[in-house]
Write a protein that binds this ligand. Structure first.
Ligand code: CA
Length: 438
């Protein structure tokens, strides 16, 4: 587990004034990474670190020549258009660059004059995928979501017997993962209504979101090697917000016996910023399974994982319909939850994923699965919020939704807050549904 150090000191201030207001997602204690350029420009994408409402352009910072020779290789790797090379360097390099950036952006830093010209306002930026995602795996780590969904798909047998033993997952598709701001056409697919004799092809009628978090692999493992649970966090670069858009009517017809396929691979949206595992150190949470549940097998069990394998990340999913957008109304909350409700920790997911010798690679993305909590208002997909569409949600402007309609924008936000630590946030992952291409 990353340890607390001087980069987490809540009293640290930055010479970038907007980082010090106490409400920004990006105080100097956060320092997340993204790939960006000025919006609408032909500039090359490059690495950046968020600080207040600004981005420190890492390519410009690397060219300024003011960083030490020791940290320069990590800085140059993080300055590239994709973070994979930096991710592959491992935690000593990540931690070294974080310490150098914390010092360089700190109030009173001698580098202020040199780095002032390396700032780009976030309001003027556009973002790309932060890394090449070679492989994407989606887990199913909320027992509440698994039980609620299972009850809708299999009323007589909601939670299958393997659920409390195995971190359930499936291999997804990385080509359709996009960064916040993504829009995509409503998917078409084969569906079969319960009372229909045969299936038919057409636009999805039960389009949904899934509030998840994403876990980015940093340093990988060789094919045939396993990652022990107490080493797993050394392989995790950081986390983002993640919306795993889902076509429930396509899913219901296609999912047996091999699981999710075209209901899941038409679009997935991540937040542009990757919050590093080290930045999350003040917000770790204890992990346990209820005493009456099966306890994890030894390869999924460790004292460190029990003590602080979880992470306390408050999550919010909001909707802005086309009518709301036209009326100038802000997005309104549909549900709130927390990553700490996950039935499995990040370390357990990584350890399980490699237990058969599967090689994880820098930039691989693990979705956590929909992070529904124990209460009804913590249901993090429309299918749960509306009981399979039976109880539509009424929005403040009088519109109602059973599932998503064309023009709807879904926004996911997340932040960490704890006494004695500086509040840090993840920014947002926003995506918009366009009409089907028929
Ligand atoms: Ca999912």
């Amino acid at each position: 587990m990353p340890q607390l150090n001087k980069t987490h000191d809540p009293s640290l201030q930055s010479w970038v004034a907007s980082a010090n207001d106490g409400s920004t997602d990006f105080p100097i204690q956060n320092l997340p990474f993204a790939s960006f350029r000025r919006r609408g420009s032909n500039e090359a994408m490059r690495g950046g670190v968020a600080i207040g409402d600004q981005i420190l352009d890492l390519k410009a910072a690397a060219q300024s020549g003011v960083f030490s020779a020791e940290v320069q290789p990590a800085l140059e790797a993080a300055a590239k258009d994709k973070l994979n090379e930096f991710m592959a360097m491992g935690k000593t390099a990540w931690s070294g660059l974080r310490a150098a950036l914390s010092s360089a952006l700190g109030a009173g830093s001698a580098l202020e004059a040199s780095l002032k010209g390396c700032l780009v306002p976030q309001a003027e930026a556009e973002y790309g995928m932060p890394c090449v995602v070679g492989d994407y795996t989606d887990f199913y780590a909320s027992v509440y979501h698994a039980t609620n969904i299972g009850a809708l798909f299999r009323p007589d047998n909601p939670l299958l017997p393997n659920y409390k033993w195995i971190p359930i997952g499936y291999h997804g598709r990385s080509s359709s993962i996009g960064v916040s701001g993504q829009s995509f056409p409503r998917p078409c697919g084969q569906t079969k209504a319960p009372d229909a004799a045969e299936p038919s092809l057409g636009p999805c009628k039960r389009l949904d979101f899934e509030l998840e978090m994403g876990v980015f692999i940093g340093a990988g493992n060789e094919l045939g090697e396993t990652i022990a649970i107490d080493d797993a966090e050394d392989h995790i670069f950081g986390m983002c917000l993640f919306n795993d858009w889902s076509a429930r009517d396509i899913q219901a017809w296609e999912y047996q016996p091999l699981g999710p396929f075209l209901a899941k691979n038409f679009a997935s949206t991540i937040s542009p910023w990757i919050v590093t595992t080290e930045a999350l150190a003040p917000f770790r949470a204890a992990f346990s399974h209820p005493a009456e549940d099966p306890q994890p097998l030894p390869y999924l069990d460790s004292d460190a994982n029990n003590a602080e394998g979880g992470v306390d990340v408050a999550l919010d999913v909001l909707i802005q319909t086309a009518a709301m957008r036209e009326a100038g109304e802000a997005a309104t909350s549909l549900a709130t939850s927390n990553f700490k409700y996950s039935y499995w920790t990040m370390a357990q997911m990584v350890s399980h994923h490699s237990v058969n010798g599967c090689n994880m690679q820098p930039g691989d993305l693990l979705g956590t699965g929909t992070l529904s909590g124990p209460n009804a208002e913590q249901a993090c997909a429309m299918i749960e919020l509306t009981c399979g569409g039976k109880n539509p949600v009424t929005l403040p402007n009088g519109e109602s939704r059973a599932f998503l309609e064309d023009g709807d924008t879904i926004v996911i936000r997340g932040f960490c807050q704890r006494e004695g630590a500086a509040r840090i946030g993840f920014g947002e992952a926003a995506g918009t549904v366009l009409p089907a291409k028929v």
